[in-house]
Each structure stands twice: as C-alpha cells, then as structure tokens.
Write a protein that binds this ligand. Sequence first.
Ligand SMILES: Nc1nc2c(ncn2[C@@H]2O[C@H](COP(=O)(O)OP(=O)(O)OP(=O)(O)O)[C@@H](O)[C@H]2O)c(=O)[nH]1
Length: 212
Amino acid sequence: MMDSGGARNMAKAKLVVLGHDSCGKTALCVRFITMRFIGEYDHEKEVTYRCRKLVDKEVIDLEILDTVNKLESQVANPMESSIRWGDGFLIIYSVTDRSSFESVLRLKRLIDHVKRTLGIPTVIVANKCDMENGRVVRREEGQALAGDLRCSFFELSVAESATAVETAVCQLIREVRVEFSKHILAMEKCSRMLQMRHALKKKLRRSKTMQW
Ligand SMILES: Nc1nc2c(ncn2[C@@H]2O[C@H](COP(=O)(O)OP(=O)(O)OP(=O)(O)O)[C@@H](O)[C@H]2O)c(=O)[nH]1
C-alpha cells in the first residue's frame, strides 16, 4: 500500500484522533508514524505529528492531531477548535472500557455539530482486542454503532498489529480524499455557472444596446 514507486501528486490532510482517556490515541499515532509500539506514552497536551505517506500511489502530507480527552470538561467545549481544524476524524475506544465506547456517540455528535454537516470522514476504531479477558464491549456493538453513524469500523490491537493500524488510517485518508474531490467538483461547477451567468449578462446587455 505504501510502496515508493509511481507517486502521482502531492496532497495534504489534517486528521484528528479523538477518544476517551487511555484508550490508545497516542499509541495509535506513534504506531502509524513509526510502526513501533512503545507501551507507555507520556503527554498531557495535544500534540500534532507531521509525516509524509504514500497511499494508493499518491504522496500525502499528513498532520495528525493527538487530542487529550476534554469532553467532560466544565469549560465551554475546548475540543471544538481541534474539530474545526480537522478534515477527517478517527474516534478510538477500548474494548476493555465501556465508558470509552459510550464517548464515541458524543464525539461523533460533536463533530457533526461543529462541522454543521453530516458525512464528515470519520473512522471508528475499537482498540485493545488483544485483551480478550478484559473485554466488555463486543465487536457487534461497535459494528452496529458504526453502521448507525455511517462510519467505517475497525477492531484491532495497536499493540499487536501495525498493519491493522495502517489499514484504518489509510481508509480515513481515502475518505478525506473523496470529500476533497467532491468539494473541488462543486467549486468548479460553481465557477462554471458564474462564468456562464457573466457571459449571458454580457450578451443581454449587448442585445439591449442593439435594440436602442
Ligand atoms: N494491551 C494493549 N494495551 C494498549 C493498546 N494500545 C494502547 N495500550 C496501552 O494503553 C495505555 C494508554 O495508551 P495511550 O496511547 O497513552 O492512550 P491515550 O488515549 O493517548 O491516553 P491519554 O493520553 O490519557 O488520552 C498505555 O499503557 C498503552 O500501552 C493495545 O492495543 N493493547
């Protein structure tokens, strides 16, 4: 998927990783960028990682914002500016923590509210599936929620599989790319219509002048 040959053109995307405390946000970012799983991650502030990846033969410059969960904060929602900034969202929960699963719906609603539109590229990731003994959220529950929210869904273990992490993030990048293309097409259509209107107005003005 990320071979180095035949790159087409350069693109950019801003991804935001959201989720409850300790569900594996930083582990996922580090795994995607470095392919490594370190185990313990120490950060209390939002961190933006920058990297360049090849996805479907297209080089893409990524900015990935690893957020700190502030959904339960009393302050007027501090997560909103992070959401406003992003093009695509990865919401992660841990299959060993039901409250992290319950946060998914609230986070998705917040994204829809801040972006003021539905259909924003969003991928839901159920993490820590290596901890089968501690599982409290069934795969089917995650799948059903993702289906209701019209999001792609991946159950994986950041600890065990770099490939699974790459698959989930690349899916998000593809969805962002589709949204970009739709946006560009809409802009082109709008600009073509404006040009036509302008040309029509000019023609009308000319024909009126001839009548006089
Ligand atoms: N067993 C297992 N542990 C994991 C996995 N992913 C992350 N962890 C562990 O879960 C803990 C929390 O991971 P982080 O990546 O710091 O989680 P976070 O969501 O960034 O946490 P906050 O910074 O509190 O928001 C760490 O001890 C990780 O090693 C996984 O797939 N399996």
